[in-house]
Design a protein around this ligand. Structure first.
Ligand SMILES: Nc1c(NC[C@H](O)[C@H](O)[C@H](O)CO)[nH]c(=O)[nH]c1=O
Ligand SMILES: CC(=O)[C@@H](O)COP(=O)(O)O
Length: 164
């Protein structure tokens, strides 16, 4: 179990626009992550009206939703949320691989950071621990998003120009 989350960088999110794509599959877990994330974004000053949420059926649909959000709203960052739990076949693994690759491609193609908030779990207990229990992946995703949004803002300005 990875408990080595990065140290939180304090970020003022008041100016940020954020896209969130969230799967409805395993919605108890995904909604718990979403709830945690919205709390952290709000605490960092992100305005509710600047958060654009798109729900999709499952994690397989997250990359296209992330791309649509990126195109429509030009957010500072997109967070993609899903919970994949092993079934009887390797289907979950194929989706995990494909979604991971595609989310990264959306990020690089759009020039907008995309946080991979897809939990890949062997069983319900692993999913529960990460979404409802001791391991707060929602906080990690929110802090990662805020840090990357700040980075994008800083590095998108040409050198020697003043912050607006
Ligand atoms: N088994 C899980 C899925 N499966 C659904 C797919 O993501 C997709 O919606 C379907 O194959 C149609 O394209 N999705 C999850 O998010 N989590 C799972 O555990
Ligand atoms: C249909 C799915 O996305 C997923 O539940 C696959 O489950 P299984 O591996 O048991 O077919």
């Amino acid at each position: 179990m990875s408990l080595d989350a990065p140290k939180v960088q304090p970020v003022n999110g008041a100016a940020f626009t954020i896209g969130i794509a969230a799967a409805r599959f395993n919605s108890t877990y995904v909604d718990a992550l979403l709830h945690q994330i919205l709390g952290h974004l709000s605490a960092a000053g992100v305005k509710e009206k600047k958060i654009h949420l798109a729900r999709v059926p499952g994690s397989n649909e997250l990359p296209v939703a992330a791309q649509l959000l990126a195109r429509k709203h030009r957010p500072d960052v997109v967070i993609a949320l899903g919970v994949l739990i092993r079934g009887d076949t390797i289907h979950y693994e194929l989706i995990a691989d494909a979604a991971t690759q595609a989310l990264q491609r959306v990020a690089l193609d759009a020039g907008i950071p995309v946080i991979n908030g897809v939990i890949v779990a062997e069983n319900q207990a692993q999913a529960e621990a990460r979404c409802l229990g001791a391991i707060n992946r929602g906080a990690e995703f929110a802090h990662g998003a805020l840090e990357m949004a700040g980075l994008k803002r800083r590095l998108s300005r040409p050198a020697n120009t003043k912050k607006k």
